[in-house]
Ligand binder design. Sequence first.
Ligand SMILES: NC(=O)C1=CN([C@@H]2O[C@H](COP(=O)(O)OP(=O)(O)OC[C@H]3O[C@@H](n4cnc5c(N)ncnc54)[C@H](O)[C@@H]3O)[C@@H](O)[C@H]2O)[C@@H](O)CC1
Ligand SMILES: [K+]
Length: 453
Amino acid sequence: MSPAGQILSTAQMRGAEDALIAAGVSVEALMQRAGQGAADWVWRMAGAQRRVTVLCGPGNNGGDGWIIAETLRQRGGQVAVVEAAAPRSAAAQVAKAGFRGAVVEAASGDVLVDCLYGTGLTRGLGESDLALLHGLAARHAYRIALDVPSGISSDTGAAWNDGLPDYHLTIALGAWKPAHGLMPACAAMGAMRLVEIGCAAVEGAGRWIARPEFSAPAPDAHKYRRGMLGVVAGAMSGAAILAATSAQGAGAGYVKLFAHTPVHTPPDLVCAAPDYSDPRLSALLVGPGLGRDAQGFFALAQAVEAGKPLVLDADALHLLTKGMRATIATPHEGELAAMEQIFGSGGEDKITRARALAQASGMVIVAKGPDTVVAAPDGRWALAPRASSWLSTAGTGDVLAGAIASRLASGATPFDAACQGVWLHGEAARITPAPFSAGELVKSIPSAYRACL
Ligand SMILES: NC(=O)C1=CN([C@@H]2O[C@H](COP(=O)(O)OP(=O)(O)OC[C@H]3O[C@@H](n4cnc5c(N)ncnc54)[C@H](O)[C@@H]3O)[C@@H](O)[C@H]2O)[C@@H](O)CC1
Ligand SMILES: [K+]
C-alpha cells in the first residue's frame, strides 16, 4: 500500500516517526519538513497581503507553528505568534528560538493557524486554552487547523470540549489520522490537505477508500459471467427494486428480483419466486424492505441457507441470529448497535466498533453514515471520503446495498466489493444535483461506474 493514503493512529504515527528518526532523520528536521510543508499551504491562502496569527501550544504541534511563522515571515508575510505555553520538547524549543518575528498577547487578523495541540492531546482543553482559542477564532475570518483541530481526539474523532471552533482548512502532517474521517471532528475541518514528511507504509494502517478501477466487459462476456445477483424482496418491494436498480448500474450482468408474491418491476428487471439452486447465481442481497415479521425471517433464513456470498442490510440486520453466516453487512448506527448486541462486540469509536464486529461476526462490516467505515474480519479497514450530506434521505441505503452486492456478484472480494460500492454511492451523490431523492441518486450510479473505467 502507498503510504500516501494511509490513516494512522497516534501510536502508529509515533512508530512511523521513530522509524524515520532511527533511519537518521532528526526530530528537528522532521519538524522543519512538517512546518515548511504546512507553511506552503498557509501561504497559498494568505500570501503577503493577509495578516496571519499562529497560536502555538506547548507540544510539537506548537513547534510546527513556530516554523510556519518563521517560514511565512521570511517570505514577506505579515505574521505574529500567540504563545499559549512555552515549548516543552527540545525540538519545539529550537523551533521557537528560530523565530525572528513578533510574539503578541492577543491578536486579530485574517488567518488563524491553530497549533495549540495536535495528536498529543490526552484530555479536554483547560479554561484558559479554550478562552484563548475561542477569542482568536472569533477574530479571524479564516481558520486553519494544523494536523488536527485543537480539542479533538485524533484517534476517535470525538471532541474533548463542547463548542470548539470550525475550520476552513486542516493540514494533516505525515499521515492522515482517524479523526480526519470520523464524526464529529471531520465535519469541522473544512478542506483537508496532507503534508508528507517521508513516513513509510505502516502495517495495519487504515486507508481512504479510493476510486476503483473497472474495465469494460471482455469481448466474449455474457450476462452470467459478469455476475448474477439475486435481490430478495419483502414487505416493501420498492426498497428491493431500488437496490436492484442500483446493482444493475454497478456492474452485475444480471440482476433478478426474488419475491414470494409477484411484484411489478421495470421491464429490464426480472421478478421470480425465490429459487437459489441456480449455480450461476453469484451473490444475494437480502434486507431492503424485507420487513421484520415471520415472513421476513423466513426469507432471510432461506437466503442464508443458500450458502451464496450474501449481503445483509436493513431489516435483515435486526432479524439476524448469531449462527447465521453472511459475507457483508451494511449497518447504520441503530443497526450497528443491534448487531453488537447479537455478536457481543463494541468499542469506543466507530473504527474500533466496526473492526470488532467484523472480527466477531466474520463479515465485512460497512458501518455507514456521515463517516462510513469498512472493516474486514482479517483486520483491514478503510474510511470513506466525506460524502454529500444530501444522502441523508430515505432509500439511499438501499442504493448503497445494491451497489455493494453488485460488486460482490461481479467477483470482487468482500472487502473490495464493500469499498467499491461505498465509493460508487458517494460519487453518485457528488454528481447528482441536490437536493435529490434515492430514485434520482440511483440514476447516477452508472455515471459513477463510468468514472472508474
Ligand atoms: N514527533 C514528531 O516527530 C513530529 C510531530 N509533529 C507534530 O507533533 C504533534 C504531536 O506532538 P506532541 O506529541 O508534542 O503533542 P501536542 O503538540 O498535541 O502537545 C501535547 C502536549 O500537551 C500536553 N497536553 C496534552 N493534553 C493537554 C491538555 N488538555 N491541556 C494542556 N496540556 C495538554 C501534553 O502533556 C504534551 O506536553 C503532531 O500533531 C504534529 O503537529 C510534526 O512536527 C511532525 C514530526
Ligand atoms: K492543532
